[in-house]
Design a protein around this ligand. Structure first.
Ligand SMILES: [Zn+2]
Length: 246
């Protein structure tokens, strides 16, 4: 705990938090490491489904994701505890520097008391991982109920034809390279195009409507967009096949 970096800056009597704050920002860097770790586990799991490796290894990716989600929660709690302690001290401006370490620990304990398994399932990346994995398995006909009726997977070409229209971005009218899905209405767009659209609208203090024809969603937010890794892979593999048959 970088408690000693909270020195009084002499003349004004204010407590300086620059040390704590810089420690906090390096912890936030660590947060992005967790996030990229999750991306890796996620992409490995998708690879495993694609190459149809046995389920047990995919399951271990699932476990890795839960561990990452746990780490992420721990780190978030710690950041929250430190930040709220700093805020409180700043607000109250006590005469003496309080024992920050114990204040943070108290806050942290309170946050951890509320921990539940549901938090992990609600971790955005983990939820996304689960959902996309399910979709990919559906594409490959790997669902348990399909296996039961003895059909050897689903005709891949058929799936591709069915979803080919979904490869086109409603904004650019081109095949997408980096599709993102809107969590709210479920439509997908080219990332660059939708981001530019939202930014332009917001600059003019307007809301961005979903550009998909017939969609009634009128407020597309940056935070509602998630990478559609399954679709990206489907487009890629379709492209490869097209190249081979040319
Ligand atoms: Zn939409």
């Amino acid at each position: 705990m970088p408690g000693r970096s909270t020195s009084s800056s002499g003349s004004t009597g204010f407590i300086s938090f620059s040390g704590v704050e810089s420690a906090l920002s390096s912890l936030k860097n660590f947060q992005s490491c967790i996030s990229s770790g999750m991306d890796t586990a996620y992409s490995v799991a998708l690879d495993l489904v694609e190459t149809q490796t046995e389920v047990s290894s995919e399951y271990s990716m699932d476990k890795a994701m839960v561990e990452f989600a746990e780490m992420d929660r721990k780190l978030n709690h710690y950041l929250k505890a430190v930040q709220s302690t700093i805020n409180r001290v700043k607000e109250e401006r006590p005469e003496k520097i309080p024992n920050l370490k114990s204040l943070v620990e108290k806050k942290l304990l309170a946050l951890q008391k509320k921990n539940s398994d549901a938090d992990l399932q609600n971790n955005e990346k983990f939820a996304q991982f689960k959902q996309q994995l399910k979709e990919l398995k559906k594409q490959y006909g790997l669902q348990a109920d399909r296996e039961a009726d003895g059909t050897e997977g689903v005709d891949e070409d058929m799936i591709v034809t069915q979803s080919q229209t979904n490869f086109i971005c409603p904004i650019t009218q081109l095949e997408m390279k980096k599709p993102v899905k809107n969590k709210v209405c479920g439509h997908t767009y080219e990332e660059e195009a939708i981001v530019r659209m939202i930014e332009n609208k917001h600059k003019r203090k307007k809301k961005a409507c979903c550009p998909k024809i017939g969609c009634s969603h009128t407020d597309v937010k940056m935070s509602d967009l998630i990478q559609d890794e399954v679709l990206r892979r489907a487009i890629e593999s379709h492209k490869k096949k097209r190249r081979q048959s040319d």
